[in-house]
Design a protein around this ligand. Structure first.
Ligand code: SF4
Length: 331
C-alpha cells in the first residue's frame, strides 16, 4: 500500500491540495515534521532502508522558487510541484542530490508555482521553454496529486512558450483529451526492456511507454525521445540495436515524423554505488572500473573512447532507421 506513512508539515492544512491529500490518505500513518528538507528520523536510517523509505510520502510547502538557466531542451529548469520519486532506478540522478532521502515529496502550494511560471513565461522577449520535470517524474506524481492536467490546461490558456517534462511512465491517458494548445513537449525516456526490468525498478515497461508516446503524438502534443541513460553493459550493442528495431516497428509514422532525440550517457556516483550495494545487493552492478573514470565530486562517467564508440554506433543505427529524426544533443 502506498503510502505506508505520510510525513507532513503542519501548514499543508492551509492549502486545498494539502487537505485533499490528508483526506485521500487518511488510512495511512501521519507523522508531523518541521521541514520536508530535514527529516532527521529518515536521514539517519541506514542505506538498507532505501526501498522501505520509497514507500513514504512527504508533503510540504516549497520555499525555493529559483529558476535555473538551461541550454539543452529548455531555457530554464523550474522547481515545480514535487521532488523525488516512488520508483527506484539504480542510477537515479536524484540520489546524488537527496541521497537515500529521494522518496517522493509533493508541495501543496501548486497554485503559487503555476502563477510564477505563467508570469515568468511573459517576462522574456523570446518564447521560452520551461522544464518542469527535472526533479521528479510528473506523470507518476500525477497519480498522487492530480496536478499535471491542471498545469497543462492553465499554461496552455495563459502561458507563453512551452512547458516540457520527461517521463518513464506510460499512464498518459488522462492527458490525451486536454486543451494543450501545442504548448507542451512530452518526452519519453526509453531503454532496452532488459535494462528497464533490471535497473529502472518500479517504472513502466517499454511497450507501455511506446504506446503512451504514440498516443500523445496523436493527441497533438510535441513529442521527443530520450535514449537515457545509455548503459554500457556487456551486450549493449545488441540491446540498443534491438531497442531501435522495436521503435522502428512500433512507433506510428506520425510519431516518427515528429520526434526529436536526446541521448544521455549514464553517470554514476559513489553514493549511488553505496546505496545500491546495500539496498539491492543482488542487482546488476553499474559501476565498471574498466570502462569508467572519475568526473569530480565522487562521480563516474564512461571513458571517452567507450563513450565515443557508443555515440557513433547509436548515431549510425538511428540514422539507418529514422531519417527524419533530429538528434538534438548527446551528453
Ligand atoms: S523514474 Fe526518474 S526520478 Fe524516478 S527513480 Fe527513476 S530516474 Fe529517478
Amino acid at each position: 500500500m502506498f503510502p505506508e506513512r505520510v510525513y507532513y508539515e503542519n501548514t499543508i492544512q492551509n492549502y486545498p491540495l494539502g487537505r485533499m491529500l490528508i483526506e485521500k490518505y487518511k488510512s495511512s500513518e501521519f507523522i508531523p515534521i518541521e521541514s520536508h528538507n530535514n527529516i532527521f528520523e529518515l536521514r539517519s536510517r541506514p542505506n538498507e532502508d532505501f526501498t522501505a523509505m520509497k514507500n513514504y510520502l512527504v508533503i510540504g510547502v516549497r520555499k525555493t522558487h529559483k529558476y535555473v538557466p538551461n541550454t539543452k531542451i529548455s531555457d530554464f529548469l523550474v522547481p515545480f510541484t514535487s521532488s523525488g520519486c516512488m520508483a527506484m532506478c539504480l542510477y537515479c540522478y536524484l540520489v546524488c542530490n537527496y541521497n537515500k532521502c529521494s522518496y517522493l515529496r509533493v508541495f501543496v502550494n501548486r497554485e503559487q508555482m503555476l502563477d510564477n511560471l505563467i508570469k515568468k513565461s511573459h517576462e522574456y522577449t523570446k518564447e521560452c521553454v520551461f522544464e518542469i520535470g527535472s526533479n521528479s517524474d510528473l506523470i507518476l506524481e500525477d497519480t498522487v496529486t492530480d496536478t499535471l492536467s491542471n498545469t497543462i490546461e492553465e499554461f496552455a490558456k495563459k502561458g507563453r512558450g512551452a512547458i516540457t517534462f520527461p517521463t518513464k511512465f506510460g499512464m498518459s491517458d488522462k492527458l490525451l483529451g486536454l486543451r494543450h494548445n501545442g504548448k507542451v513537449i512530452f518526452r519519453m525516456s526509453l531503454n532496452p526492456q532488459e535494462l528497464i526490468k533490471s535497473v529502472e525498478i518500479g517504472t513502466s515497461p517499454l511497450f507501455n511507454r511506446i504506446n503512451a508516446l504514440n498516443s500523445m503524438c496523436e493527441a497533438g502534443y510535441q513529442v521527443g525521445i530520450l535514449i537515457a541513460p545509455v548503459i554500457l553493459v556487456e551486450n549493449w550493442k545488441a540491446l540498443y540495436a534491438e531497442l531501435l528495431d522495436i521503435l522502428e516497428a512500433e512507433l506510428t509514422q506520425k510519431t516518427k515524423d515528429s520526434i526529436f532525440i536526446e541521448i544521455i550517457f549514464m553517470t554514476y556516483s559513489y553514493v549511488q554505488n553505496a546505496i545500491n550495494n546495500q539496498a539491492f545487493p543482488d542487482s546488476l552492478k553499474l559501476y565498471n572500473k574498466e570502462i569508467m573514470t572519475g568526473r569530480g565530486r565522487g562521480k563516474y562517467c564512461y571513458k571517452e573512447s567507450y563513450r565515443l564508440e557508443a555515440e557513433t554506433f547509436l548515431r549510425d543505427e538511428i540514422d539507418k532507421r529514422f531519417k527524419s529524426a533530429r538528434i538534438i544533443y548527446v551528453v
